[in-house]
Design a protein around this ligand. Structure first.
Ligand code: ATP
Ligand code: MG
Length: 372
């Protein structure tokens, strides 16, 4: 199809100015100047409406894991359900592979949900009286795929998610982690272009959760499938996300790579979220280095710009001196003990733009963190 060809390198989802308002006369809220500056509770008091998604814009690129994070009630589930119109947006534009999702008729929409985007839910949503195999084949059954083919495809998926030998069991005969593997396999079975996860692992205990995260990372590495992943768990977001959108009260307050968000939180809400992150395990030497002076350019160990500060610490301690940050043959800078420790201590946040308040020479302690 021509549109698919044209958009081969374009975003999977392109969302602009999207709103979802619940409540009476919801359609009057988006774009209304009177309500613009109001907080969620003020808006509720004035209008009786909840703006669950509030003027949100972003693209999801092909092949990325796009994480949506935020506190409970910040609008994550509503936003992701809007993508396939499981929840009908109130206003804004929503495009998938170049096609206007808001203009789709019922048939086209069904097609989208059955073939192009599959959802994995927190509570698995398995059919209790069906075997694992039949649960996994369910999406294919809805698509009208013949019995033999769907059994064969389901059997492949059983293997792919590590449930070998359990295909004939019923869901209640499985552990929570195993049930979620069935949920994952069912979504994968329809071979969707994009997988949407709504806090799929939050009901699992930490070790199994870790296992499932590894599973998602492995699948992503092997298949490069586009994923939108909701979580309110920061370490999960950092582990899985290529980019993270942080939501508060229906708005995206920051969108960036894990490193960007940890290195430069946009405001105190985000700063609070990332306060306990081991910064040296997220921030790379590219952000920590300083210019080389004297003979430093000529000798010393070499690190790639993407090397993590934690690796650099090891190198610098072992070699007993600063390391050179090199991109191929080009020297970008050096990192020594001082720069690396500044990252660990959280004293490395870049100074704000020139017209902002100056804090040159006196690095500020992060709010409530870092220095005692
Ligand atoms: N059907 C509805 N009618 C009215 N308000 C709703 C409805 N669905 C959600 N909301 C409200 O919209 C806001 C966002 O809800 P949403 O479920 O998207 O949050 P969330 O970030 O997914 O939270 P959680 O982490 O608890 O799942 C909340 O204030 C919620 O009460
Ligand atoms: Mg939710």
């Amino acid at each position: 199809m021509e549109t698919a060809e044209q958009s081969a390198t374009g975003p999977v989802f392109s969302v602009k100015g999207l709103w979802k308002v619940f409540g009476p006369k919801a359609e009057k809220v988006p774009g209304n100047k009177e309500y613009q500056g109001l907080s969620a509770s003020e808006l509720r008091a004035r209008t009786g409406c909840t703006a669950a998604v509030r003027d949100v814009s972003f693209d999801v690129h092909k092949g990325e894991v796009f994480v949506v994070m935020g506190l409970s009630g910040s609008g994550k589930s509503t936003l992701v359900r809007c993508l396939t119109r499981l929840i009908e947006p109130t206003s804004g534009s929503l495009v998938m592979d170049g096609e206007d999702v808001r203009a789709m008729d019922g048939n086209r929409l069904r097609e989208l949900r059955r073939h192009r985007a599959a959802m994995v839910f927190q509570h698995f949503g398995l059919l209790p009286h069906r075997s694992v195999l039949d649960n996994i084949a369910y999406g294919l059954e809805i698509q009208g795929v013949g019995k033999l083919e769907r059994r064969a495809r389901a059997a492949q998926m059983v293997e792919k998610v590590g449930l070998d030998g359990l295909g004939e069991r019923r869901p209640r005969q499985l552990s929570g982690g195993q049930q979620q593997r069935v949920g994952l396999a069912r979504a994968l079975a329809v071979d969707p272009e994009v997988l949407l996860f709504d806090e799929p692992f939050s009901a699992l205990d930490p070790l199994i959760r870790r296992d499932m995260q590894e599973e998602v990372i492995r699948l992503h590495r092997e298949e490069g499938r586009t994923m939108v992943f909701i979580t309110h768990d920061l370490s999960e977001a950092l582990r899985l996300g290529d980019r993270i959108a942080l939501m508060r009260d229906g708005e995206i307050v920051q969108l960036g790579t894990p490193e960007e968000i940890v290195a430069h939180p946009a405001d105190d809400y985000v700063r609070d979220f990332v306060r306990d992150v081991p910064r040296e395990q997220v921030i790379s030497v590219r952000r920590a280095m300083r210019p080389a002076v004297g003979g430093e350019a000529a000798s010393g160990p070499v690190l790639a710009p993407g090397a993590l500060v934690s690796e650099a610490i090891e190198t610098v301690v072992r070699e007993g001196g600063p390391a050179r940050v090199m991109d191929g043959d080009e020297l970008l800078g050096v990192v020594g003990v001082e720069q690396l420790l500044a990252v660990v201590a959280g004293l490395d946040e870049e100074a704000p733009a020139p017209d902002g308040p100056s804090r040159a020479g006196s690095p500020r302690a992060r709010t409530g963190g870092g220095r005692e």
